[in-house]
Ligand binder design. Structure first.
Ligand SMILES: [Zn+2]
Length: 304
């Protein structure tokens, strides 16, 4: 069987302000609140479940908007940390613990049962893995092994430095580029598979052709062609999308972020068509869409 998943990080306005260095808005804005209707359209029109990763800023909006879907299993909730620190992987154990346990407790108080984690800015560090094991989670989906993404980030950080612009982007060790299918992370070297590993890491997929494109909204809506989004490892197609990918460009939030988030340059109607074409191409090739939690279960069965 071949597995596919649409996962969506519900990053909020304050998190975009932090990464792009944008001044705070005077009015109350929410990406999550405004993208949920479009996420629900995807779920019901394509008849697929999705996995969502929440921060303290997006938790309430997501919970209100997707209450039904969380309760029926059409949507799975995941932990994306309390404050969405891009450098989470580099922080000390105690801070990481506060960030991850903090969000877990908030979600738990709403009755959301979480068993998976994605780090902001991608990367699975030793301390993150340790905290995740303490929480008894069953999976993480932190790694982004795309060379194209890695090089473009390196260029971005380099140019920002030359221009004297501050950026909170963080570059991770190149060993992250080695992981292309689910595995059991070693607690000393989390990019390596270990027979003793308890958690399953489910990395983002990259295309096999032509440039090892990462399965993110930015590249999906730029390169558009379904044939570019066939995973390098034939059996797992894991997309890491964001709330902003589902945001209508004409909302106040869309206008506010438009100069910073390139996907908003394309009308949502077009983005939606591209996403559906890519999903249907994968379906026609035998991929079954499920939540990350179910992919993790299926993976454990095959690895036994
Ligand atoms: Zn995020």
């Amino acid at each position: 069987m071949k597995f596919a998943c649409i996962s969506i990080d519900f990053d909020e306005i304050t998190e975009y302000q932090a990464i792009h260095g944008i001044e705070a808005s005077k009015t109350q804005l929410s990406v999550t609140q405004n993208c949920i209707e479009n996420v629900r359209r995807l779920i019901y029109e394509e008849n697929i479940p999705v996995t969502t990763f929440l921060t303290s800023q997006s938790l309430d909006y997501a919970y209100e908007g997707l209450k039904l879907e969380y309760s029926t299993g059409l949507t799975e909730a995941g932990n994306h940390s309390l404050n969405h620190r891009y450098d989470l992987g580099r922080l000390d154990y105690e801070t990481i613990k506060k960030e991850i346990f903090g969000l877990h407790e908030q979600a738990d108080s709403k009755g959301l049962k979480i068993k998976g984690f994605r780090s902001p800015g991608w990367h699975l560090s030793r301390n993150i893995l340790k905290v995740i094991e303490e929480l008894n989670y069953s999976y993480t989906s932190c790694m982004n092994p795309s060379t194209v993404y890695y090089l473009s980030k390196l260029l971005y950080i380099g140019f920002s430095f030359l221009k004297g612009v501050e950026t909170s982007s963080v570059i991770h060790p190149p060993s992250d580029l080695l992981v292309h299918r689910p595995y059991f992370p070693d607690n000393k070297k989390p990019w390596k598979n270990s027979s003793k590993g308890k958690i399953v890491e489910i990395p983002m997929s990259t295309g096999s052709f032509p440039f090892i494109l990462p399965f993110t909204g930015y590249f999906l809506f730029k390169f558009k062609k379904p044939s570019f989004f066939i995973p390098l490892t034939n059996d797992f197609a894991v997309f890491h999308l964001h709330g902003v990918d589902f945001l209508n460009e004409n909302t106040r939030e869309g206008q506010y972020l438009r100069g910073y988030e390139k996907v908003l340059g394309l009308p949502f109607a077009e983005r939606f068509e591209i996403l559906k074409r890519v999903i249907n191409n994968l379906k026609s090739r035998g991929y079954v869409f499920m939540t990350l939690g179910n992919i993790e279960k299926e993976f454990r069965k095959t690895e036994k």
